[in-house]
Design a protein around this ligand. Structure first.
Ligand code: OXT
Ligand code: ADP
Ligand code: MG
Length: 568
C-alpha cells in the first residue's frame, strides 16, 4: 500500500458487510460457495458471526426463527440456483409465518441468464422468489448496495413481518468504487418498524363488544409473542379477567399455569364463547377458519387485533377490527378500560376452570408412567418436569404425535420459549431453529423431535458439535412416521411410513464428538436430559418409544382424505 498516492477504494464485498453492520445485523446463517465464499470469510473477519450449515434449508429456518426471536430480520446467505432454491423454502416459510427474514443469494450474470445461454448455476432467481416473499430486490451497482439492503430490512420488519429476497449477482461483489462515496452510499434504517397506532374509535368499538360478552375468550397467537409487548398483554388479560387460549407458539406469553389459561379446556372454550378476541392469531386452519363444529352452535362475535388490515374478514365477519401493532393496540385497550372495568362473568370463568382442571387431572396419571418401552405421555411427563425447573430453556418441537402431545403436556412458563412447526406444520425446522435459538438467546435448547421430523435436518448435528452449542436433541424414536407398526403385505419393500427398526440415532452424535445416549425409560431420559442441560454439551438422546403408541397424523388425522375404495 502506498497511502496518499492512490484514492482509497472499497468494493461490493465490503459494502455489503458494512451495510449489514451499520444496521446491527451481526449474524449470518448460510452455506458457502461461488459466488459468496469470500463474502462469508470477509464478514467473519469483520466481526459478523457467520454460521455455516450443511444445507441451506436449515440455515434458512435458522434465519427465520432468529427474526421471530429478535424482531430483526434473520439473514440467510446462499449460492446461486440450487443453494437459492434450498433456501427458498425457508423464505416462503418465514413469509407464511410472519417472521422477518432476508434471503441474500448470489446469482449468475444477468446478461447470460436473460439470454438463457447456460451460465454456471443459471436461474432467474428474482422472478422465482417474487411470489414466495413480501418483496424481492436486485442490486446491480455497488453504489446501490446501501439502498438495497435498507429496502430489504424495511420490507421485512414493517407492517406484517415476512421474508424478503435480495439478489446479488456475482459481478457486484468485485465492483470497485471510491471508499468515501461508498461509505456515504450506505443507509442506516431509522425506525424500521414504525408504531402503528389504532384509531380511538376502533378501540372503543372493541371494548364495547368485549364488555357486552357473557362468555368472552381471548386467543393469543404467535404475532402476540413476536410483538414483545409481554407486560402490556399480561396486564390487559388480567384486568379483563377473560380466559385466554394460547396458540402453540404463544404458549408461555402468559404462563400455561396462569389461573385464566384455558389451554386445557380448548374445545369447551371455542364452542361456548360468545365473544372471541384474537390478538396476533389468524382464523386459519389451526382455528378451523372460525366456523363449523369446533366453534359450536352459539353465535360468535369476533374482535381481531392485527397489524395487517387485509386479515380482517378473511374467514368470518370481524365485528371489531383493531388494526395496529400489538404493543400500541393493547396499550390503548388497557387505557380505554379505565379504572372500573368489570371482570368477565364468574360463571363462565368457573366453567372453563372446572373443565380445565378435569382435563389436567385426567392426564396426570399418564404422565407418571415409568413403563418401558416408553409411550409419549411417560416420556413427556419427564420432560415437562425438566422445563418447569428450567423455564428459560428453549423448547423446539416437531413431529406429529411428538408435536401434538408435547404441546399439550409440556407447560411453558415464559414468552417465546416454544418454537415449532408453525403455520405450515412443516417438518425440518428442528436443527435450524435449535441452532439459531442457542445463538440468538444464549439459553440452552431442548429439541424434541419425531424420528421422521429429525431426519429432515439431522445432518446439522455436525454443525451443533462444530459450534459447541448447548443443544440437547431428544428423538422420540417410534420406528417411523406416526407409528412404526405398518406392514406392506404385497412386496418385500417396507411399508411407506416405517424406518429401520431399532435405529440408534445417538450414534450419529458420537460420530462428531457430541454425547449420545440411548434412553429406554422416563427415568433414564430425565437423567440424560438433565446431564445435557447441566453440561451444555451437544447431546442427542435416542428415546425409544413404543412403535404402537402413536396415532395417524397425531391430532390432525381428520385432514387426511379418505378413499371410499380403500377398505373392503
Ligand atoms: O379440550 P379438548 O377436550 O379438546 O382437549 C384438548 C385440550 O383441552 C387438552 N389439553 C390438555 N389436557 C390436559 N392438560 C393439559 N395441560 C392440556 N393442554 C391441552 O388436550 C386436547 C388437545 O389440545 P390441543 O393440542 O391444544 O388441541 P387440538 O384440538 O389438537 O388443536 C387443534 C390444532 C389444529 C390447533 C392442533 O392440533 C395443532 O396445532 N396442530 C398442529 C399439527 C401440525 O402442524 N402437525 C404437523 C404436520 S403433520 C404431517 O403433515 C406430517 N408429515 C408430513 C410432512 C410435513 N409435515 N412436512 C414436510 C416438509 N414433509 C412432510 C410428516 C412426514 S408429520 C410427519 C412426521 C411424523 O412422524 P414423526 O416420527 O416425526 O412423529 P411421530 O408422530 O411422533 O412418529
Ligand atoms: P398463530 O399461528 O399463533 O395463530 P398466526 O401466524 O396465524 O399466529 O398469526 C399471527 C398474526 O400476527 C398475523 O396475522 C400477523 O399479521 C400478526 N402480527 C405479527 N406481528 C404483529 C405485530 N407486531 N402487531 C400486530 N400484529 C402482528
Ligand atoms: Mg415417529
Amino acid at each position: 500500500e502506498a497511502p496518499g498516492t492512490e484514492q482509497e477504494l472499497t468494493d461490493g464485498f465490503h459494502l455489503v458487510i458494512d451495510a449489514l453492520k451499520l444496521n446491527g445485523i451481526n449474524t449470518i446463517y448460510g452455506v458457502p460457495g461461488i459466488p459468496i465464499t469470500d463474502l462469508g470469510r470477509m464478514a467473519q473477519a469483520a466481526g459478523i458471526r457467520v454460521l455455516s450449515f450443511r444445507h441451506e434449508q436449515n440455515a434458512g429456518y435458522a434465519a427465520s426463527i432468529a427474526g421471530f426471536l429478535t424482531k430483526r430480520p434473520g439473514v440467510c446467505l446462499t449460492v446461486s440456483a440450487p443453494g437459492f432454491l434450498n433456501g427458498l423454502t425457508a423464505l416462503a416459510h418465514a413469509t407464511t409465518n410472519c417472521f422477518p427474514m432476508i434471503l441474500i443469494s448470489g446469482s449468475s450474470e444477468r446478461e447470460i441468464v436473460d439470454l438463457q445461454q447456460g451460465d454456471y448455476e443459471e436461474m432467474d432467481q428474482l422472478a422465482i422468489a417474487k411470489p414466495l416473499c413480501k418483496a424481492a430486490f436486485r442490486v446491480l451497482h455497488a453504489q446501490d448496495i446501501g439502498i438495497g439492503l435498507a429496502r430489504a430490512i424495511r420490507a421485512a420488519v414493517s407492517g406484517r413481518p415476512g421474508g424478503v429476497y435480495l439478489d446479488l449477482p456475482a459481478k457486484l461483489f468485485s465492483q470497485v468504487m471510491n471508499a468515501d462515496a461508498g461509505q456515504k452510499s450506505l443507509v442506516k434504517v431509522i425506525d424500521a418498524a414504525p408504531e402503528q397506532i389504532p384509531s380511538p374509535s376502533a378501540i372503543k368499538r372493541a371494548l364495547d363488544v368485549l364488555k357486552s360478552a357473557k362468555r368472552p375468550l381471548i386467543i393469543l397467537g404467535k404475532g402476540a409473542a413476536y410483538a414483545q409487548a409481554d407486560e402490556q398483554i399480561k396486564a390487559f388479560v388480567e384486568k379483563s379477567g377473560v380466559p385466554f387460549l394460547p396458540m402453540s407458539m404463544a404458549k408461555g406469553l402468559l404462563p400455561d399455569l396462569h389461573p385464566q389459561c384455558a389451554g386445557a379446556a380448548r374445545s369447551t372454550a371455542l364452542k361456548d364463547a360468545d365473544v372471541v378476541m384474537l390478538i396476533g392469531a389468524r382464523l386459519n386452519w389451526l382455528l378451523s377458519h372460525g366456523k363449523g363444529k369446533t366453534w359450536g352452535e352459539a353465535p360468535k362475535k369476533f374482535i381481531q387485533v392485527d397489524i395487517e388490515p387485509k386479515e380482517m374478514d378473511s374467514n368470518v365477519e370481524i365485528v371489531a377490527p383493531v388494526v395496529g401493532d400489538i404493543g400500541s393496540c393493547v396499550t390503548a385497550l388497557l387505557q380505554g378500560m379505565g379504572a372500573n372495568w368489570t371482570a368477565a362473568p364468574a360463571d363462565w370463568v368457573g366453567k372453563i376452570t372446572t373443565k380445565r382442571d378435569e382435563n389436567v387431572a385426567k392426564m396426570a396419571p399418564k404422565l407418571m408412567s415409568n413403563a418401558s418401552p416408553m409411550d409419549y405421555h411417560g416420556a413427556l411427563g419427564a420432560l415437562r418436569a425438566i422445563i418447569a425447573e428450567r423455564p428459560d430453556t428453549i423448547f423446539v418441537n416437531e413431529g406429529a404425535n411428538t408435536l401434538d402431545l408435547a404441546r399439550g403436556v409440556v407447560d411453558m412458563h415464559k414468552p417465546r420459549k416454544r418454537l415449532d412447526v408453525g403455520t405450515w406444520g412443516v417438518m425440518g425446522i428442528g436443527m435450524g431453529y435449535s441452532i439459531a435459538a442457542a445463538i440468538e438467546t444464549g439459553h440452552p435448547v431442548l429439541a424434541v423431535e419425531g424420528d421422521s421430523a429429525f431426519g429432515f435436518s439431522g445432518m446439522e448435528v455436525e454443525t451443533i458439535c462444530r459450534y459447541k452449542l448447548p443443544i440437547c436433541v431428544v428423538i422420540f424414536n417410534n420406528d417411523g412416521i406416526y407409528r412404526g407398526t405398518d406392514v406392506n403385505d404385497v412386496s418385500a419393500d417396507p411399508a411407506t411410513t416405517v424406518f429401520v427398526k431399532g435405529s440408534r440415532y445417538d450414534k450419529m452424535m458420537e460420530a462428531f464428538g457430541g454425547v449420545g445416549v440411548n434412553a429406554t425409560s422416563p427415568d433414564e431420559l430425565k437423567r440424560a436430559v438433565n446431564a445435557a442441560l447441566d453440561s451444555g454439551k451437544p447431546t442427542l438422546i435416542n428415546a425409544v418409544i413404543d412403535p404402537a403408541a402413536g396415532s395417524e397424523s397425531g391430532r390432525i388425522g381428520n385432514l387426511n382424505p379418505q378413499s371410499v375404495l380403500k377398505k373392503k
